[in-house]
Design a protein around this ligand. Structure first.
Ligand code: R5P
Length: 333
């Protein structure tokens, strides 16, 4: 492990990630740069790095909830940074997309987790993310060919619960959540329980509660890595009062909350909180300090990385005149 020279790092936010990037820059005492992005009239993307990046470590910040519209700009920005002589180009994606389609469930399906990993790995030297949805893959290294830091928000959720909830009972809505529910419960010295879930479809989930009545006097806190369609948490939250519990508190890492998931869940809970991995009205737990700490330490693999690095290319002459084949970039993305 080595420590990075903080003066040689610049943080660049993709659109929508400015607040997170600012917090990251403050937490790590790094320079905050600017990325200019626009859309050409034909829908193509314009990207310009408005910062000095030569010989610096460049960190592009883009959480990857709803990744499709912004992904090309991200790749263009990474390439531009490299062309302009960046020492390395790192992607900070607090939420990592395309982790669910990790096998072919029906004939002919694209295994998008693999394709997406290949695309990211070919553009970046390192990936830093938080609680990726690892289901059939044991680790990101099984998918990503660049060093990938998997950070965990469980201690932050635990600290939030300690400060905000009296006599909690930490509950995971399915067996998969056992890992972080047990870790949280242990950290705060509270009991925990794990429910059983059967998923019949994207929005069709069955959750079975065992008898939790021994803890009825405690405040249930449902904890999950992601609220996507929200069905898992909705089904769990619906059933707890039937065993005499108070309305649950919900704490999630990734607040995707597709469609009307949030208002539906809100009716069944006393409070919903999330980390700011995905920008959402429930955000209450900041991830920037955790990510800054990881970035401040280069893994050995990252420092010795030569895989994608190539010497800066001579810059094309800049032609300030607008030629017949040039478009004026107009609206922001
Ligand atoms: C389970 O595999 C995960 O930990 C989450 O419980 C799940 O992804 C939540 O999905 P949804 O909100 O669509 O029920």
């Amino acid at each position: 492990m080595t420590t990075t020279d903080s003066s040689s790092r610049v943080i660049l936010p993709l659109p929508g990630n400015e607040a997170f990037a600012r917090q990251l820059a403050v937490a790590g005492r790094w320079e905050l740069g600017e990325l200019e992005t626009r859309r050409f009239p034909d829908g193509e993307s314009y990207v310009r790095i408005a910062a000095e990046v030569a010989d610096k470590s460049v960190v592009l910040v883009q959480t990857l909830a709803q990744p499709d519209p912004g992904f090309l700009s991200l790749v263009f920005a990474a390439d531009a940074a490299r062309d302009l002589g960046a020492r390395d180009v790192i992607l900070v994606a607090p939420y990592l997309a395309y982790m669910r389609q990790d096998r072919r469930f029906h004939p002919g399906e694209a295994i998008t987790s693999r394709s997406f990993a290949r695309l990211v790995s070919s553009s970046f030297d390192r990936l830093v993310t938080v609680d990726p949805h690892l289901h059939r893959y044991p680790a990101l290294s099984a998918l990503y060919t660049v060093p990938a830091d998997t950070l965990h928000a469980a201690p932050l959720l635990a600290d939030w619960i300690t400060g905000e909830v009296e006599r909690p009972l930490v509950i995971g809505p399915d067996e998969e959540s056992e890992q972080w529910v047990a870790a949280i419960a242990q950290r705060i010295g509270a009991p925990h329980a794990v429910l059983r879930k059967i998923r019949h479809g994207d929005r069709n989930v069955e959750v079975a509660l065992s008898d939790l009545s021994a803890w009825r006097d405690r405040q249930p806190v449902l904890v999950d890595d992601i609220a996507s369609s929200g069905r898992t948490l909705i089904e769990a939250a619906r059933q707890l009062p039937q065993q005499g519990f108070a309305l649950p508190v919900v704490a999630v890492v990734h607040a995707i909350f597709a469609e009307d998931a949030y208002p539906q869940l809100a009716q069944l809970c006393s409070r919903i909180v999330s980390t700011d991995a995905v920008r959402h009205q429930s955000n209450a737990i900041a991830l920037a300090p955790l990510i800054a700490q990881a970035l401040a330490t280069d893994t050995e693999a990252a420092t010795s990385l030569v895989r994608h690095r190539r010497p800066p290319e001579p810059l094309d002459d800049i032609d300030p005149t607008t030629g017949a084949d040039s478009f004026t970039a107009t609206s922001t993305l």
